[in-house]
Every structure is written in C-alpha cells, then in structure tokens.
Design a protein around this ligand. Sequence first.
Ligand SMILES: *Cc1c(COP(=O)(O)O)cnc(C)c1O
Length: 366
Amino acid sequence: MKQDYEKLNFTVGPVMSFPDIKQIGGRDVPYFRTAEFSAVGQDNERLIKKLLGMPQDSRAVFLTGSGTAAMEAVVMNCLTSSDRALIVDGGSFGHRFTELCSIHGVPFDSISLGGGRTLTEEDLRPYEGGPYTAFLVNLHETSTGVLYDGDLISDFCRRNGLFLIVDAISCFLADELDAEKLGADAVVVSSQKALALAPGLSVIVMSGRAVDRVQCAQTVSMYFDLKRYLRDGQRGQTPFTPAVNVLLQLHRRLSDIDAAGGVSCECARVAAVARDFRAKAEGLPFELYAQTPSNAVSALRVRCRTRADEIFAVLKDEYDIFVCPNGGALASEVFRVGHIGNITCEDNSRLIDAFHSMISRGRIIV
Ligand SMILES: *Cc1c(COP(=O)(O)O)cnc(C)c1O
C-alpha cells in the first residue's frame, strides 16, 4: 500500500500541489527580514487584491494560521458588541461563524439551511429592514458543496447597508468571484484549497471601510490584532514570523495566474474537471447533494446500502485514493469528491474505475 502522501487526493484541502509549488516547499527557508522578501510581500498584496477584484484602496494582510484563524481575526477586528450580524448557517463552516460571534460577544441571528439547500430570496425576506449591521457568509459552504448566489447576497447587503464579510476560502480560483461587484468589505482566502499550496497561511483582504473598522477596534489579542499587520504590511512585512515558504509559494502561484490573464483560466480548468467527473459518475448509486453545486467539490449522497464513511475507508485502504468524508449527522450519508488542486480528468477516470470495481467486488452494495 502507498504512503498517504502518494495517494491520489480528491479531498477539498490540503490538496495535491503543482510540481513547481512542491519544489518551493522542498527548499530551505530564507531569512525574511530583508528588502528582497519585503518586495515579495508587497507584490503578494498587489496580486491578491487584483485577482480578487478588490478596489484600489483595499488592503490585504497575511496571517499564519489556517482559514479559521482568518475567520476569527475578521470577527475580532471588524465586529463589536454594538453590531448585529446576520449569518448564513448552511453547514459546518457557516456554523463556525455563529460560534465565533458567540465567543467574541457579537450579537447575531442565523439563517439555517439544511439538506444541501441554497439561499433564496424567501430566506432573506424576513430579515429585510432588520436591525442588522453585518452579513457573514461562506460563499461556498464546503461541507455541503453549495455555492450561494453572490448577486442575491450583494443586493441584499447594499439595500440594507450591511458590512459584508465573505469567506471565499473554497471558491477563490474555483468559482468566479468579483469582490468589488459583490461589494465585499472583508474577503478571506486560505492556502490549502484551490490555491493548492501547503496549509498554514490565510489572507484577509479588506475594503477601506473594513480598514477603518480595524483601526478603531479595541482588539484584545496580540497575535490577532490586525492593526499590526496593516502597519507592517505597508513595507511588505508581518509582525511575527510568517509561513515564509508558503508566502513564496503564494507568490509563484499568484504570479502565474496573473500572467495567464487572471482567475478565469483557473476557474475554467476546475469547472472542466468537475463537469468531467459528474458526467462520468452518471449511473453510479450517488446523487449530487447540493441544490446549487460549486465547481470545487461534488458532495454525493449515497443511494446504496453502503455507508458514505465506509466508502471513504475502502477507497483509502484498498485503492490508495482519498475522497473527503463528511462529519457529524451527514457522515453515513454524504462524502465529497474535490475538483481542486492538481487533479485531472484522467484522475477522475481512476476514481470512477475504483467505484465500479467496488461494486463488482461487493464493497459497494447497490
Ligand atoms: C477549509 C475551509 C475553512 C477553513 O478551515 P481550516 O481548517 O481552518 O483551514 C473555512 N471556510 C471554508 C468555507 C472552508 O472550505
């Protein structure tokens, strides 16, 4: 059996990296308090703002921590007990925002969407003209594979004057996203999803309005006080030792995407892999769980007598393939196949072949 790092990886993160990115990860880490590394830091800020489509006066800060660290930093620095947040709770990542607001004393209401359901106008109507100041959403709820309608959210927030916080961690580079058109005030991105870098780095891109909120906030934290990151970021640095190698990987990846003409190319590639998988999966005893599926992942509800988590385990142990299990209430019912990172249509065929083999061996009982 292959080592775990040799397995074909269809999870949603960390995902398989491209060869030039892995090469950077294999090198010694350079010293970083230098003019040369500052130039990389400043260029990373320029590139991420450009590729996300954030306005000129926005700022990006680079946080060494997984995506949740950035979600928490945004809540701590941009919201207070005087706010009232409206949170889309469509799965485990949406639920995480409700937990963060509870921990940090930010009053909120949440819109619960069970069963792979998407957000609709009817879901928002009861909150129209309500006492809200902020709206928090994971544009792609990775746990269910549901991609929400950006225009719907954007219109609602503009109409109601809401500060919009967007977790774009699993949609950046998978589904088209124009943060300025969306009117987003804070956008969160992380290294291990479609960016396909090593985990441990997240980025928060903030509008001028968000920067003002950060500057006025009385954030009770040393590591998560973004004022320090804004200040040091002006010269391309971070207050504390960053994930230096991941920042170098980020620079390579963003530069390549920019040189290829922007995010459209990358989103189209991911979309093609997703389409290919869904076409090849026709006839298997699974159905798409998400009402409005993203390009990043296919969440599959099993329509057979074998449990979803059992399918995950057999693929891992007998086929050297990782798919992504679901947790909690969906563990037996749903598993996910990711389309991000260095995955090809040939890889899809290998996974489809494995499913057929499992059926013929009685490891999937239809
Ligand atoms: C992966 C992910 C996160 C971050 O999870 P971490 O494990 O903290 O990196 C947050 N939101 C969404 C939508 C994600 O897909």
